[in-house]
Ligand binder design. Structure first.
Ligand code: FMN
Length: 202
């Protein structure tokens, strides 16, 4: 029996991305997000416009999309309920968010230089995608303060162990263990359930 419901959120299970961006004073910011999807060489990022990351991306137009694998879940969770924004917006204060400017230190993660963009990469993440923001669109109602940002991929860095042993430009889905957020809880992927006909033609 299907019921009609009015859920507050529709986080149906997507990989977590750690976005590194540059604050106005040149220091790096790092924020977890999971409203991201990929097509071709583009990524659509869904962000609240009252966050520091949105402000940084709208101003600087560049970032690194760092993909944490499941074993980084504690580091990601240490960044939950933090914002680099000061003062902390009222609605976030009510939810118990703290102002944290040094996000790398808070997470216990290591910044390393990027090759094209100014924000640093996260050493411990096995996949780093340097990207520039090419378009920004508001979404939802005005009182939701949400936007999608279209990021164009500039360069992809991948830990060698994740590469397919035959095709060195492919990431092996057998080896990549993304951290998944589903309805605000953390999960990993299960085992492969069926061979894919589509995978054979690409
Ligand atoms: C696992 C996880 C996933 C999140 N996903 C999103 C998201 O998709 N979009 C978003 O705007 N905020 C998301 N957040 C909340 C932001 O991280 C939060 O708003 C944070 O304060 C942003 O930091 P900043 O203000 O320093 O940029 C997520 C948080 C966690 C812990």
């Amino acid at each position: 029996m299907h019921k009609t419901i009015a859920p507050k959120i529709l986080y149906l299970g997507t990989p977590v991305v750690l976005i590194s961006s540059l604050n106005e004073d040149g220091t790096p910011n790092l924020a977890p997000m999971s409203s991201a999807w990929w097509l071709g060489q583009s990524c659509m990022l869904g962000l609240g416009v009252r966050g520091q990351t949105y402000e940084n991306l709208a101003r600087e137009r560049e970032c690194v999309l760092n993909l944490p694998s499941v074993d980084l879940v504690s580091a990601v969770d240490r960044l939950a309920l933090t914002t680099a924004k000061s003062p902390v917006p009222d609605y976030k204060q009510k939810m118990g968010f703290a102002h944290v400017r040094q996000k790398f230190e808070r997470a216990g993660l290591t910044p390393i230089a990027s090759e094209i963009v100014k924000p640093p990469r996260v050493l411990e993440c096995l996949i780093h995608i340097e990207a520039k923001i090419v378009r920004i669109h508001p979404i939802g109602n005005e009182d939701q303060h949400l936007a999608t940002l279209e990021a164009q991929v500039l360069r992809v860095h991948v830990e060698e162990d994740l590469l397919d042993s035959e095709c060195r430009h492919h990431i092996s889905p057998q080896r990549w263990r993304p951290l998944i957020m589903s309805f605000l809880e953390f999960y990993s992927l299960g085992d492969q359930v069926h061979p894919s006909r589509l995978a054979k033609v690409f």
